[in-house]
Write a protein that binds this ligand. Sequence first.
Ligand SMILES: C[S@@+](CC[C@H](N)C(=O)[O-])C[C@H]1O[C@@H](n2cnc3c(N)ncnc32)[C@H](O)[C@@H]1O
Length: 464
Amino acid sequence: MSESTSPTAAGIPLQRLLLQTADAVQAVRQGRSLTDVLARCPRELRPGTQALSFLVLRQLGAAQALRRQLAPKAPPPKVENLLLCALALLWPADDPPYAAHTVVDQAVRAVRQRAAPSAGFVNAVLRRFLREREALVQGLQRDPVAHHNHPQWWIDRVRQDWPLHWQGILAANNSRPPMTLRANARQGSAAAYQARLGEQGMASRLLGERLPQALLLDRPQPVSALPGFEQGAVSVQDAAAQIAAPLTVAALQARAATGQDLTLPALPPGARVLDACSAPGGKTAHLLELQSLDLLALDADPERLARVEDNLRRLQLQAQTRAVDARQTAQWWDGCPFDAILLDAPCSASGIVRRHPDVRWLRRPEDIPQLARIQAELLDALWPLLKPGGRLVYATCSLFRAEGQDQVDAFLQRQPDAEAVECAGLTGHLLPVPDNGSQDAAGQAVPLDGFFYALLLKSPASTR
Ligand SMILES: C[S@@+](CC[C@H](N)C(=O)[O-])C[C@H]1O[C@@H](n2cnc3c(N)ncnc32)[C@H](O)[C@@H]1O
């Protein structure tokens, strides 16, 4: 989901967007993904509703705590969700998205349309918040859910996994993500595309030799404004996600667990590669931009797999695609082993919360062991399909260790013919914080989504 810049850019009254946003927030609180909700939103209201929903979901912990203080008895959902939206928009005193009186006025008008008798109540609650803001905000500093805007179990897990970085991670999750592009290596270098952007007045930064196709835009843009987008010159993809394809097919300098340095050659043209969980196809396309491959792209979700095909068409690339459960290898594997496998496994998405601010409110603690079980099943099912001497890249956009390092450590215990090798800056847990260790050639920090990568080599002597 790329983030639009201004909620009311199209001149739509705020009260209309507030009504749509309240419905979206209610749906998320009932367990529906914001992406699905927005897909059903009227087209002209979608960008504004998305922008407002993002703002509200990043402040939802604080807004819920305020509502409990200001109105201990919850009003009916259609009123409560409007109230939460207004409180969330009023909360950031230092950089408010709208003037306070505009929010109050528009929220009260919106309530009149939904539940007229509650308009006075909402007006009174919002005005009381403005009068007592300082004391209320101060009081909520001691409430971790209100302060960090994440559920308590999520805060506890991040704190346990990252005792030194947990606060920075939670803060980063509430920031606006940068817009990062991937120049299509088949059509030219990132520097050449930077020049094309410059001709259109769009400033950008190259992200260094570890991310050779990546460009960071100074200001997010609609994709339709990007030169050559329709012709496949460029794709939108976070810098961390741009690590998967080179790790799977490019020449690499790596270090074995013994400390020995290794040089891994690039895969030759025509190498047989499996992208086991491919939709919507960002990494599939990147693999094919780097090398001509005999590529099989799977995904369990046929609707999502159709998006892989759309992406490949735009980028003028080809792969075989199949909508199957990758774990059911008897149903789809032809018995011919793969030179390399990319397993970008389903996960909690805890690393990409700044792009999907609904995720933290949707997940439940019991989802994590369940996802970890599916990841382990995928790893175990796919490992026998890899040639001796081949490489498997295991990736998740999660920063929970259960879905990253712990998962791989357990796999290595189960598979004696597997070895994990390190590639500096590319493997291990990558954190979405400024001091994440990733820098460009000029020494500037590279902003990354949270990700985990493991590069697993199969012993050349393996008989399995
Ligand atoms: C993290 S996303 C993949 C993102 C994709 N690699 C990209 O870069 O655009 C995980 C995908 O795994 C798919 N998936 C989940 N379980 C699966 C399974 N058992 N077999 C194959 N695909 C599965 C989901 O439908 C989802 O599209």
